[in-house]
Ligand binder design. Sequence first.
Ligand SMILES: C[S@@+](CC[C@H](N)C(=O)[O-])C[C@H]1O[C@@H](n2cnc3c(N)ncnc32)[C@H](O)[C@@H]1O
Length: 172
Amino acid sequence: MTKHPLTTTGQKALVIGCGLGDDAEALAQRGFEVTAFDISPTAIAWSQQRFPHSTVNYVVEDLLAIPSQWHLAFDLVFECRNIQALPLSVRSSVISTITSVVAPGGKLLVINRFRETEAEPSGPPWPLSNSELAEFEKLGLHQTQRFVFLESEQLDVKQLLIEYQRRHPATE
Ligand SMILES: C[S@@+](CC[C@H](N)C(=O)[O-])C[C@H]1O[C@@H](n2cnc3c(N)ncnc32)[C@H](O)[C@@H]1O
């Protein structure tokens, strides 16, 4: 994040499966109005305890049943290592839900494990494939940056960082 200067005043960010809140706090420090959620009440309580003066709105929510007011509501959506942790049976619904919260002109950052093959992985974790990633674009986002890098050279584990954007209606 430090390499990319951002204009964040008044911008809304959503951190998915925020765990103990470090990514949410990093975005709040850069000026975003952050909502961060996790299905685990313990994780949310722990985040609030760790950052008692935080501006982040920490909430318990299920990615598979998010509030309707989040639809198209966030200028930045941050998804780090949650998709890979959820089984393939819910993958398309998870991808569709994550896409649905990106505002017109907004960005989605996805950081997850990547698999080169379309064969079903034996997870967890269940890395993402190219055809699964293509779903984000079929649902209205377009890819603006993509990096694949090795998480572990010894184990040949690949990580992926992709930035997507939803075009502003005026530019379509
Ligand atoms: C592998 S951890 C990743 C945490 C954090 N994003 C990170 O990169 O450190 C997965 C997180 O997703 C949360 N989670 C699992 N299922 C979820 C769901 N259906 N909705 C929201 N959060 C969920 C877990 O409680 C956990 O905090």
